[in-house]
Design a protein around this ligand. Sequence first.
Ligand code: 2P0
Length: 323
Amino acid sequence: MATAKAYTNIALVKYWGKKDAKLIIPQTDSLSLTLNEFYTTTTVKFNSQLNHDIVKVDERFLDKEDAAKVIHVLNIVRSLSKTNSFAEVTSINNVPTAAGLASSASAFAALAGAASTAAGLHLSRRELSRLARRGSGSATRSIYGGLVEWQKGTDDASSFAKPIDEDVDFPIEMLAVLINTKKKKISSRSGMQLSVSTSPYYKAWQEVVAHDMVAIKRAIKEKDINKIGHIAEENALRMHALTLSADPAFTYFNGETLMIINAVEDLRNHGINCYYTMDAGPNVKIIYDHKDRDKIVTRLTDIIDSDRLVVSQPGPGIKIWNE
Ligand code: 2P0
């Protein structure tokens, strides 16, 4: 039996498309910031008395599709450790209710850490990152803290995350603006697949990412938050252009997303440097220097309730312990 705690991450250069759907090998590299406010704690207990896996998340049983992803990772762990026992998995997400931020990144990173340790495997962080990848692409990066690169690689052995700056010592912050949605969104898994197979801009996107990876690593070295923010914002818009240019076209934005984008641009026009990024949902994440936090929060509370704003700092890598 083992427990792991992993923090979610937000991509500054996005992963949006797979080369190999079975092994989750991405089309491009990506780079993210691990956050300290959103995390998952997962306990895995292998038990020879069980006749099937039991998976409970936030005190509820998962639906079939989500449970299958967890069991897929457990099967890989069983095969690596030559264990036959089924497991009991209990997972708690530390994410504000109805945030739409419940993240497969922290969830599958924590699962990889807890399941492999409970099965007696002693995986390196690189190996953990590869195992987390088998559950969900973005989880590859949540093994490490701070700024993290997922090198796309070409196969299972070469597709893993690497820390770029684990102990971020410059004042970058991220404000999550939680936007509620009633509409069931297109999963990132099918959204990215549709983008790869139908967007005429997909090839251009691969070139954009190759360029942005070089530029953002340089900006990180220079600790230049404005440059990092600008690259992240442009990259996010170009990722979302893949959804708008797919067939059928779709978008994760809603009216509130656009309202927050406008507010960020307005802040910038007033000399306050801040930048936005969005993922496979309507929430907006704002990147800025800590010193500007109060001004940004004050402006946003004119248009949105303060309980929908969550400030995060760079967060740590995975922690694993035997029970
Ligand atoms: C990212 N996202 O880089 C991108 C940007 C959302 C937008 O990774 O199919 O849940 O499990 O590998 O990791 C969300 O997709 O997809 C994601 P799978 P995942 O963070």
